[in-house]
Design a protein around this ligand. Structure first.
Ligand SMILES: Cc1ncc(COP(=O)(O)O)c(C=O)c1O
Length: 394
């Protein structure tokens, strides 16, 4: 079965069809050839490529999709192999396997298994946490220009959310956030690296901040992109939970593990709250193949290290383009995206990029109307994006 899938002609032909549709007009053929050569290179480096592209393979709108911070390099070959080996093993609920993943996370992060919850992607955790805020004082403090999962969810459910401006470096202003926290505050949401700015806060400063602030309000740190940051694992804050501070760490397999379509995420949090939130968010269990793939990917350190470097190379192409075009951007981004001032309304920019065959995020964040977030792709996708930027912003 494993072999049949690997050689499945329909998988390969759908990939070829997609490749043909990448790029618009005359550029399509050239880009297709480039993408093919990149696939060969990835394959020579031992990475599995016959599933390429990993993101929305059935959506053929002809656009290079740099809009959702997906990891276009695709998952670890070991994760794909592990799933193929389990395709007939889907009859049972996955709770026992969730426990195996928890024990691996516990060993890696130095926490106990009862401090971990596992869900289908991390979004359910963010939304469940927003609900938890409304039932525990109803007040959230966070930053402007950050990921909306928790703040928007909390607002939607009627919570009072304070948005503190970014600092002069477009980073979380931890001092101003601390000043905004009162005895009434339920929680503080920190995204590190931050989406959309990509900035990372100094690890020692964040540790000290979390230790102080968590005495008043719980500190939720969303580490969705942490493994992509240059200083990983020094930036990781899970030790705070191990030490008993009132802190939640949230992670996903959608980013460096390139499993956005498979759905797997987890949180590390105080045991009592894990029991409460975990019970609610379990929602009938977790996708078994995601668990199998996630565990294989976690252990594939070589793949994760390669991924970190590949993402960095692509990210630096985008920051170099912003520099050469003289566009302001949030400096030193550490995820798989950059946030740039395009000098025009973001929806206008998205339309012009689309005409060049590139899909960028079609929204922006309040206060940053002319800014746009652009994700990295595989080399030829990022190169096509740089070319489009030069046309649109010339
Ligand atoms: C900062 C951050 N947190 C969480 C998520 C949610 O990801 P998922 O539900 O795929 O785990 C995202 C997705 O883009 C994100 O950028």
């Amino acid at each position: 079965m494993k072999q049949e899938l690997k050689n499945n002609p329909s998988v390969n032909s759908s990939r070829r069809n997609w490749l043909k549709s990448v790029g618009l007009g005359a550029g399509a053929v050239a880009l297709t050839a480039c993408v093919d050569s990149s696939v060969k290179e990835l394959s020579a480096a031992g990475m599995k490529t016959d599933h390429f592209p990993s993101a929305t393979p059935n959506v053929s709108d002809g656009l290079v999709r740099l809009s959702s911070n997906e990891n276009a390099f695709g998952p670890s070959a070991k994760a794909v192999d592990a799933m193929q080996g389990e395709l007939f093993n889907l009859a049972r609920y996955s709770d026992a396997t969730v426990d195996v993943l928890k024990s691996k996370i516990a060993a890696q992060e130095g926490v106990s298994e009862d401090q971990i919850i596992v869900t289908n992607g991390s979004s359910p955790i963010l939304f469940g946490y927003a609900d938890w805020i409304t039932k525990n004082g109803n007040k959230l403090v966070t930053s402007m220009a950050t990921y909306e999962g928790v703040p928007r969810g909390a607002e939607f459910m009627g919570a009072d959310v304070t948005y503190v401006p970014l600092d002069a470096d477009m980073n979380f202003d931890l001092d101003a956030i601390e000043a905004a926290v009162t005895e009434d505050t339920t929680a503080v949401y920190i995204c590190n690296p931050n989406n959309p700015t990509g900035t990372v806060v100094d690890a020692a400063k964040l540790t000290a901040f979390a230790k102080r602030v968590s005495k008043k309000a719980q500190v939720f740190i969303d580490e969705a992109y942490i493994e992509m940051s240059d200083a990983y694992p020094a930036n990781v804050q899970s030790k705070l939970v191990a030490e008993g501070h009132d802190v939640v760490i949230c992670r996903t397999f959608s980013k460096i593990h390139a499993m956005a379509g498979q759905r797997l995420g987890y949180a590390i949090l105080p045991a009592e709250q894990a029991k409460q939130l975990g019970g609610m968010l379990r929602m009938g269990g977790v996708n078994y193949l995601a668990l199998v793939a996630g565990m294989a990917s976690m252990e594939d350190h070589a793949n994760l290290n390669t991924m970190r470097s590949r993402v960095k190379v692509e990210r630096e192409k985008l920051t170099a383009a912003a520099e050469s075009l003289g566009q302001a951007y949030a400096k030193n981004p550490q995820g798989n995206f950059i946030y740039m001032d395009t000098g025009m309304p973001h929806d206008e920019f998205a339309k012009l990029m689309k005409a060049q065959g590139i899909k960028v995020v079609g929204r922006t964040w309040p206060g940053y109307d002319t800014w746009s977030r652009i994700s990295v792709g595989i080399p030829e996708e990022t190169d096509a994006c740089v070319k489009a930027l030069k046309t649109v912003l010339a």
